[in-house]
Design a protein around this ligand. Sequence first.
Ligand code: XMP
Length: 326
Amino acid sequence: MENNKRPENMERITTPELAEAFIAEQTKALQAQIGDKKVLLALSGGVDSSVVAALLIKAVGKQLVCVHVNHGLLRKGEPEQVVRVFRDEMDANLIYVDAVDRFLDKLAGVAEPEQKRKVIGAEFIRVFEEEARKLEGIEFLAQGTIYPDILESGPVKAHHNVGGLPEDMQFELVEPLKFLFKDEVRVVGKALGLPDGMVFRQPFPGPGLGVRCLGAITRDRLEAVRESDAILREEFANNGLEGKVWQYFTVVPDFKSTGVKDGKRSFDWPVIIRAVNTRDAMTATVEDVPFALLQKITARITAEVAGVNRVLYDLTPKPTGTIEWE
Ligand code: XMP
């Protein structure tokens, strides 16, 4: 356990200069650890795995093999951003796996929240394992573990732990961020040249939109979650709420209600907006979003998202509600 404790004299990384020093030191350490061997990373596009990727690209270049699994539960534009930033701009060795059909087929009819999480987690490991088996000479597995993951201080499990790999696939771990807090990871990511949209983004759960498409996931409702979420994010960004509100997203339940559209009766889904602030995700308060903005977002979602005829704003703090709906 000794090497899982942040060194007491380690300075808090708060400035670009301190980030540069950390990067220089880690680059050397990573080169010494990895040598001329290959290292594998599951790159989700979240802050932690993205910063690990950028750090390893700097240290060992193409010896890093990134695997990005698109499980179909990512937000609009995310898989494209991962490919653009890492393959096109940083010239990384990136394997993009389109596993959308596989995940959605496995999830068909699975309605219980924890069961959904289990199916997504197990399938993720299976896809990752298959990709890893196609590669030769991998000796290391990089992970975006950060200090709060080690401390297990809260319910936010943002790290993409692929520790469920089978016995014959045990690699030596590379965890360059394991003593950093989230704010320090962001400072390092910025210094490594990652885009703000990646470095300062809000928390996003591992099972992704899967826990926001309530009950058994269907493709049409999943699209309604993805499209309404994109509108919410765009409007929050345009109205100064991005970076101010801790977490905001939309949820689509698995029931319909009546409405009228173009003079005809409709029978469609509602979209629920959730926007909360918190310190540690253990408790949360609801953001006081201006009413006019909520009306504008409602008008856009009902006009632009197929299958939706109502928008609701969730006024429930945590407790009694959780942040997510599942
Ligand atoms: P709840 O809903 O428990 O959420 O109030 C607290 C924080 O944890 C995130 N969350 C998850 N993150 N895998 C994750 O990586 C999960 O299964 C999961 N469930 C909830 C949630 O988004 C919030 O930030």
